[in-house]
Design a binder for this molecule. Sequence first.
Ligand SMILES: Nc1nc2c(ncn2[C@@H]2O[C@H](COP(=O)(O)OP(=O)(O)OP(=O)(O)O)[C@@H](O)[C@H]2O)c(=O)[nH]1
Length: 439
Amino acid sequence: MQPALSSPRLLVVGILLSLALIVAQRLLPERRLDLSDAHAGNFHYLLDNNEPETAGSVGWVDESKLHLQCHYTRPANWQACGMGFSLVKEDATRGIDLSPFSSIELKMRFKGPTRLIRVGIRNFDPRFSKADDTNSPRPHYVNLRVQDLGEPLRIDLNEFTVPEWWIMQKNHPREYNRARLDNAIQISIDIPDELTNKTYEMEIDHLVLHGEWVSREQTYLGILVAWLLGASLLSMHRSVQLRQRSRIQQREIDALMTRTRELRVAQDELRRLAAVDELTGVLNRRGIEQVMAELENDDEGITIVIADIDHFKQVNDRHGHGKGDEVLSRFAALLATNVRASDVVGRWGGEEFVILCRGHKLDEASALAEKLRDRVARFDFDARLSLNITASFGVAVALPGHTAEEAFKRADKALYRAKSGGRNRVESASGSEPVSTFL
Ligand SMILES: Nc1nc2c(ncn2[C@@H]2O[C@H](COP(=O)(O)OP(=O)(O)OP(=O)(O)O)[C@@H](O)[C@H]2O)c(=O)[nH]1
């Protein structure tokens, strides 16, 4: 199944969102600050000299304070003709950060015998500017040709430069002379020319700062950061998912291994049960055959003792089949407890049992059979009934390299002799040769 947060789907969503942001940035309305708007409470003032009465006249033509005329009648130390637009409110040292703005739009009319007018921006820099020194805020200027003033002009804020005369005059460290408009307190328009005995008139139609609410650079940076953030979140999400998946897989592997172990134990138990006689708990015929096959390959040879209960039919007849079963169980237990741990006891069938021992010493095997015979004869199989039984034993050995099957046949023949010789006896097959067919 495709996960809800699939990578291709996220990629498409991310691309669409990025495109939408780029388009939205372009469609956003402009940031505007109209300094010529008479109703916006902007403060305009005249740029003139200190003694306008004596030196001439600079004044507003009407109450809009956007239209001025100046005429100096005699030269003075310092003269000015222009208007200023204040960018401060109560605190004269705190202006406007113009970095969100990119340009100034200016439309004005001008009359007078000069070729250039000057647009200036004063930036208050607390490192060296003083509130009571109007020349201390760093000036930035752009000169405009009078002949270009017929049409509205767009002046890029990057065009403004710090004038040399100010740099010379102040002698500040170099970094103070760099153009910087982060705390602009005034924008001015004036005439950088000879003023005496000349008449100038200027009228501002509009003076508007333009900028973007969110710049293109900010938009692209935002998109880039969002992509990086998204990619990191996605890779974190994926790594958590992978870790969870690997934990689940590990748990499944553990469960499988546990199940395999359980199955192996159950299989071993089944195998064991398949080789065990249900009534007596010793090996059954299948189990005996397996052990015989294993011992056959042994270097030490194999000893086979066959034990057969005498007249067992009478036990069943006299005491019932249930009692007969009990006797069989006890007989098996008696054999098992009287042989070595390395010997194997099994029930061949009915009342016939087999003891398999490693080695091929016939006298030792006969002694073992004799011991068992004696124990059986003296064992009380039921205290209440005083049930005593006897058993006959046939013994044979197979030398290394000889088959157990052949030794088994000889042990069986020996057992037959024990039975026919009166029972409650041990008979051993002489040697280890194959049994002749007429025996
Ligand atoms: N209770 C019981 N009896 C069994 C079982 N298997 C075989 N028998 C009985 O064992 C008896 C064997 O009898 P026979 O083969 O005549 O041998 P026997 O009576 O022991 O006589 P000999 O072997 O000649 O001494 C039969 O009556 C079988 O029914 C068993 O699992 N339980």
